[in-house]
Write a protein that binds this ligand. Structure first.
Ligand code: IVH
Length: 706
């Protein structure tokens, strides 16, 4: 503190000396506090590291709590001294409206699969033949190939970015090119260091790994959910996925997520070792948690042995795995092998076979989907498969029922593979009192006739929105996250609203009023208001989401986006004929017909009109002005692009009039080869096609885009 007025009298001078001393004391005390706080943070980080990364705590829990509380107390006294990476700051921040997108500078790849030892042998053979020259050099000659073997964690892949050792961003994998920013959520995970420990980490380091929920935590979560009468999670992976994508990170903080790190992304301003296994060791020394079950082995036979050993230990692990990942350990060799489209040639996942269980078919029910498709669903005697109780399984369609030769009361084998809906794979024994499974003649929901054309395997109720079941499903779809994203409008509420006769079509949602809503069971005024607000918010959307939300048969998210980009305007789309529709990327004759038919139906036209009248607006679309620059040319994109995502490159080429195809053929005009382009590039060269690189592509855009 500084005094502005000069001391006039002697007494004043004395008091100002005393004051100065007091001030100096205060400054010293504050400095001491700041120092103590930093020391506490370092100590707590160190103990977190020992506890979470090394799994070797050296401090009793009570002692740790004491340090933590002391830091909290000091931070309360001096809130201005709280740092973002203080260990107290993991509790979660205020809810987000939306996740922002993150574009991965290096794509997050997926893995090719092997299902048996011979697939693994092929894998090694391919590698050996590609690396022939290198493996014949003095350095490698006579040596077996080294593989890093790791459990394949059944969780959620994420990327963590550290700058100067500080966690600055966490992102989901998304489609590999573009993910979502989940920094707030990642910060709540105790095994993710907010600051790296130790020395020698690169200034910019991207670490990749898997976030998961342990089996024991998963059980506890479901216990708690059951007691609270809430919906249970199907498996640990779903629980982890839901927690990682929570908009309210305070909820994420409660889920006790954890993480194993297994790969490196970007590295700047520093060196990392040449062997993958050494990198993992470095990770550990920097406080990042790695899987202790990883091993380095020589040759593919040892990989098979690792797989067998891990299969036996699988049940004893406290985390779910769905296989083993084998990676060429030497990063120089990895670089030479490169990437094939989205999967590296130097790694492979050996998946465990799907898990099976035995049950009895009690009954078959017929469900009506959004577009009227009738699906037979098996009701089974509950059976535990891979730790999850299964009592329903899909039978897909009547052809499948016949193929299986299935009757009610048969003993059946049911299978569940990871996230996939369980299915009946075969009949094990015919039941004593077999009953025939017959497709009903009338829709179980509305009583309309069920129609099955000769050319289609799928039977349908053609009553459209007049059918309650289809109505519910289409409203559910309309409200879903990738469509109108109406928060709080879950499945149960849709059923309630339709059953109570409050809504008949998606458009009726926007006419709901609080006084009606509060009459519903379990609907407090606050929830009613939240719903109305969410509905209001959903009115500002994009044309692509709106088209997707309409639930036109065969129009998924990506086709909806193509349609929006092509027409840029709903009216033009509504009036488009089949020929015009086929000009849109990915729209063939069948899809074009479905779209045209949808808009030709009066009921659908009315729903769309009502929705627009309710005030739905679209953000401006930059229409793919059918530019003529690249008219008649077919481009193929291959390899990874660094300055923009592949989807973006595709959209921009299309906007310039080009067709963008997925495979190289004689008809291809130009191949754009990004980094580590693989077989498509080889084929293009073999066919003598024009090949350009990313820089030339960017030049092309720069020269022609306005
Ligand atoms: S490495 C370049 N290692 O498996 C390879 N992936 O199918 C990048 N996964 O998206 C992945 N455990 O989510 C790698 N030890 C492990 C893994 C692992 C689980 C997941 C990951 C990836 C998927 C690939």
């Amino acid at each position: 503190m500084t005094k502005t007025s000069a001391p006039a009298a002697k007494g004043d001078a004395i008091s100002s000396v005393a004051e100065a001393e007091v001030t100096a004391d205060k400054v010293a005390a504050a400095a001491a506090k700041a120092e103590e706080m930093e020391q506490l943070r370092l100590d707590i980080d160190q103990h977190n590291y020992r506890y979470h990364t090394l799994d070797a705590p050296t401090l009793p829990d009570g002692e740790y709590d004491r340090l933590f509380q002391r830091l909290q107390k000091l931070e309360q006294q001096c809130p201005e001294l709280i740092t973002v990476d203080s260990p107290t700051q993991r509790v979660g921040a205020s809810p987000l409206h939306e996740f922002t997108q993150v574009s991965h500078e290096l794509p997050m790849l997926s893995l090719d699969n092997a299902f048996d030892a011979s697939d693994l042998q092929d894998f090694e053979r391919r590698i050996r033949s590609r690396l022939e020259d290198t493996l014949n050099t003095a350095e490698y000659q006579g040596r077996e190939l080294e593989f890093a073997c790791e459990p394949k964690i059944d969780g959620i892949a994420v990327s963590l970015l550290y700058e100067q050792g500080r966690l600055v961003r966490g992102a989901t994998r998304g489609d590999g090119m573009i993910g979502e920013d989940i920094t707030q959520n990642v910060r709540t995970i105790k095994s993710v260091p907010l600051r790296l420990v130790g020395k020698g980490y690169p200034q910019r380091l991207e670490v990749r790994g898997e976030i998961y929920i342990s089996k024991s935590t998963f059980e506890q979560l479901n216990q708690a959910a059951m007691q609270a009468g809430e919906k249970l999670f199907a498996n640990p992976r779903n629980a982890a996925a839901g927690s990682v994508r929570q908009k309210d990170s305070r909820l994420t903080a409660k889920r006790q997520l954890t993480m194993f790190c297994y790969a490196v992304g970007q590295v700047e301003g520093g060196e990392i070792p040449q062997q993958h296994s050494e990198i993992l060791n470095k990770f550990k020394s920097w406080g990042l948690r790695i899987n202790p079950a990883s091993e380095v082995v020589k040759g593919v036979d040892a990989c098979v042995d690792y797989f067998d050993r891990l299969s036996k230990n699988r049940a004893g692990l406290n985390y779910a795995i769905d296989g083993v990942v084998f990676k060429v350990n030497d990063r120089l060799l990895q670089a030479q092998l490169g990437i094939l489209t989205r999967t590296p040639r130097w790694a492979i996942a050996h998946k465990f076979p799907a898990e099976e269980g035995i049950s009895r078919l009690l009954a078959v029910e017929f469900q009506v989907g959004r577009t009227g498709a009738i699906t037979p669903v098996a009701r089974l005697e509950p059976v535990k498969v891979g730790g999850v109780t299964i009592s329903n399984a899909t039978l897909h369609n009547m052809d499948e029922v016949n193929r299986l030769g299935l009757f009610i009361n048969d003993t059946v084998v049911v299978q569940r593979a990871g996230d996939v809906i369980p299915k009946v794979v075969r009949v094990m024994q015919a039941g004593e009192h077999q009953q025939v499974i017959a497709l009903p003649a009338q829709c179980p929901a509305c009583g309309a006739d069920i129609v099955q054309t000769a050319s289609e395997v799928i039977a349908r109720c053609e009553a459209g929105l007049a059918c309650q079941a289809q109505r519910k499903e289409s409203i559910r779809h309309f409200a879903s996250r990738l469509a109108m994203d109406i928060e709080g409008l879950g499945d149960k509420l849709v059923v309630q609203l339709v059953d109570e006769g409050l809504i008949q079509s998606p458009a009726d949602l926007y006419a709901l009023v609080a006084s009606e809503l509060v009459k519903l069971e379990r609907m407090a005024p606050k929830s009613a208001n939240n719903l109305l607000q969410a509905l209001d918010k959903s009115k500002q959307t994009s044309l692509a989401k709106f088209i997707y939300a309409l639930g036109i048969q065969e129009v998924g998210e990506s086709t909806a986006r193509s349609l929006a980009n092509f027409f840029g305007d709903l009216d033009l789309l509504r009036r488009a004929d089949v020929e015009k529709l086929q000009q849109v990327q990915d729209v063939g004759p069948i899809v074009a017909l479905k779209i045209a038919r949808f808009f030709s139906q009066a009921d659908n036209q009315a729903v769309v009109n009502d929705l627009l009248a309710a005030g739905i607006t679209f953000e401006a679309v930059s229409v793919d002005e059918p530019s003529v620059v690249l008219q008649g040319l077919t481009y193929v994109l291959t390899g990874s692009l660094t300055q923009l995502s592949r989807n973006e490159a595709k959209a921009r080429l299309q906007a310039m009039g080009a067709k963008v195809a997925g495979t190289v053929s004689k008809k291809t005009s130009v191949v754009v080869a990004g980094e580590a382009a693989g077989s498509k590039l080889v084929k293009a060269q073999a066919l003598g096609l024009k090949v350009i690189d990313e820089t030339e592509l960017m030049d092309l855009f720069a020269a022609h885009e306005t």
